[in-house]
Design a protein around this ligand. Sequence first.
Ligand SMILES: C[S@@+](CC[C@H](N)C(=O)[O-])C[C@H]1O[C@@H](n2cnc3c(N)ncnc32)[C@H](O)[C@@H]1O
Length: 238
Amino acid sequence: MKPYKNISSSKKVQVRNMFNSISKEYDFLNKIMTFGNDAVWRKKIYSIAKESSPEIILDIATGTADIALELSNIKNVKIIGIDISEKMLKIGDNKILKRNLSSRIQLQKGDAENIDYPENYFDIVTIGFGVRNFENLTIGLKETYRVLKKTGKLIILETSVPNNTILKLFYKILSRTFIPTIGYLLSKDRTAYGYLQESAEKFPCGKKFLSILEQAGFKNTRLQVLMLGATSIYIAEK
Ligand SMILES: C[S@@+](CC[C@H](N)C(=O)[O-])C[C@H]1O[C@@H](n2cnc3c(N)ncnc32)[C@H](O)[C@@H]1O
């Protein structure tokens, strides 16, 4: 699905424009909408990535670079962050400069569906709240597979829908009221928060998403359920 249903441009152009338009309030709204759990989830990604002692990591859909910054706590690691939204990257770049981490983290404009790196290049690829925004999920995942080293690992953080019927009902009521209301009150782009809520409900999650990863070539796929199933971490190996 596209963010702006009555506009004919491609999903990619719309997603880029949408994140450009909400870039300034993104970090703040992210914190509110995840009930402050975003930082905890980034630490989980860090712990999983650290196990492989990576030397080079690609953070796809890096946005304002919070995952890249967390990963920089891994000793001697180098991180490349790519995103299609220039304004999200600009905010990320400012954070990196402020923390004096420019020699360790480099942000570049880049598309998950056409990654500008050779095959077998990265030890780890991370993607936080990015995959459901891809125009073509299969191409994005196959590109990720291509750039990972043979021993490489993919770590994806994404919204999901709880399995349990009561939790699912509670989730739907909360997400259909809370997220659009917060977006309405605090964001210039109200359509964006309608899209983020609706795409979260429709995006394949749990075992369905693990099977999509396997179809893209990944093995040893597994998942960690977070926030009663409203968010998941998927781990997969090349
Ligand atoms: C919800 S934000 C997530 C940002 C960050 N990873 C985080 O966890 O806060 C989604 C990001 O995905 C980016 N994005 C969407 N499609 C992309 C693509 N094909 N290639 C690279 N980035 C993409 C958007 O521009 C946006 O910055």
